[in-house]
Design a protein around this ligand. Structure first.
Ligand SMILES: Nc1nc2c(ncn2[C@@H]2O[C@H](COP(=O)(O)OP(=O)(O)OP(=O)(O)O)[C@@H](O)[C@H]2O)c(=O)[nH]1
Length: 337
């Protein structure tokens, strides 16, 4: 029996859209900037599965110089607490130093308690008559509202205050602060309030692969990239994981062919169109959702290396320089006409 060899590279996707910066992203960001003077701490949420691709230079520029806690959400979808997971987390922590970094699963009481304690200690370290105000920012669908709800439940035992959903763009407006820690008269501390914000997408996605990663983790609406293409990219990643080809054995033999894979899924799950023809789009969307719920392996899509963040920042600077050069060129053309 020949052993299965996964694809080493994913074919270039030249026609894929590479922008998703919407009106409410821009509006949310400008509103955030106007609020900064009344904010004591920023919690920047990032998706655990894309620690590099989810870096948003807009937050770096707008929130620079502010105290920040970086939280990697959805840890349950990317980690199994293997030594390799912990090594990766150490690298990511070092990237953000001196900003502190935490990793959370919104359903883990322990993780939520850690964030809550951080917020309490931070508030206690600086007295403010109005209480401490924390702004929660991050890419669309990263789990900001879920984190807020979990902190509120753990801190003041109150039910959901923010709407959550599986597609990006659920939060469209900046709400008023939601209490997560009560005022404590004995300790002389005021309450802690969290301000939820709309997700803000990156202004420019460097390549098609980054766009597919952001779409897979749910930062981009599912209508933007063809489901079969996205599922093919997911299959590529599943096959790269140790033993990944066995995770879909109920649908088909190990394969690098997305159509063969999706035909197996269609047959097995009854996703068939007229005349029993496999419905590949519906099967692809279903598989992507299964992965997002943690049913098809838990792994990270980005390569995490010690100098990874530095490389990514150099790319961003290079891109900004190119944009500036292009803008100067255009300005010269206009002047000459
Ligand atoms: N498995 C898992 N799912 C999570 C976690 N946090 C959030 N989610 C899910 O991710 C989806 C998006 O969560 P939201 O809290 O609505 O995300 P958001 O960042 O507020 O989204 P926008 O309003 O689009 O900016 C929901 O389906 C949540 O249930 C987590 O830690 N683990």
């Amino acid at each position: 029996m020949t052993s299965f060899i996964p694809r080493a590279v994913f074919p270039a996707q030249l026609s894929l859209p590479r922008s998703y910066f919407l009106g409410h992203h821009a509006a949310g960001l400008s509103k955030m900037k106007t609020m900064l003077s009344s904010i004591d701490l920023i919690i920047e949420c990032r998706d655990y599965r894309v620690p590099l691709t989810s870096r948003n230079p807009l937050f770096e520029q707008s929130l620079a110089g502010r105290e920040r806690l970086v939280i990697y959400t959805k840890r349950d979808l990317g980690s199994k607490d293997r030594p390799s997971d912990r090594r990766r987390e150490d690298i990511v922590r070092a990237w953000h130093a001196p900003h502190p970094t935490l990793f959370t699963d919104h359903k883990s009481k322990k993780d939520i308690k850690t964030v809550l304690n951080f917020a309490k200690d931070h508030a206690a370290s600086r007295y403010s008559l109005l209480g401490s105000r924390i702004l929660v920012v991050g890419m669309p669908n990263v789990g900001k509202s879920s984190l807020l709800n979990a902190l509120r439940m753990a801190g003041v035992h109150k039910a959901k205050a923010a709407h959550t959903g599986a597609q990006p763009g659920v939060t469209r407006k900046i709400a008023s602060g939601v209490k997560i820690v009560e005022k404590d008269e004995e300790k002389g501390t005021e309450g802690v309030y969290l301000v939820d914000t709309p997700g803000v997408f990156v202004p420019f996605v460097p390549d098609a692969e980054a766009m597919m990663k952001l779409a897979l983790v749910g930062s981009v609406k599912d209508t933007i990239i063809a489901p079969v293409t996205l599922c093919d990219y997911l299959l590529f990643h599943i096959n790269k994981q140790q033993g990944g080809e066995t995770w879909y054995k109920e649908y088909c033999e190990p394969t690098n062919d997305v159509v063969e894979f999706l035909e197996g899924v269609s047959q097995k799950t009854g996703r068939l169109g007229k005349g029993g023809v496999p419905d590949l789009d519906a099967s692809a969307l279903w598989i992507i959702q299964r992965w997002r719920q943690g049913h098809l392996g838990t792994f990270v899509l980005d390569e995490v290396e010690e100098d990874g963040l530095e490389k990514k920042m150099r790319e961003e600077v290079g891109k900004q320089a190119k944009d500036a050069q292009r803008a100067r060129g255009k300005a010269r053309q206009v002047e000459a006409t």
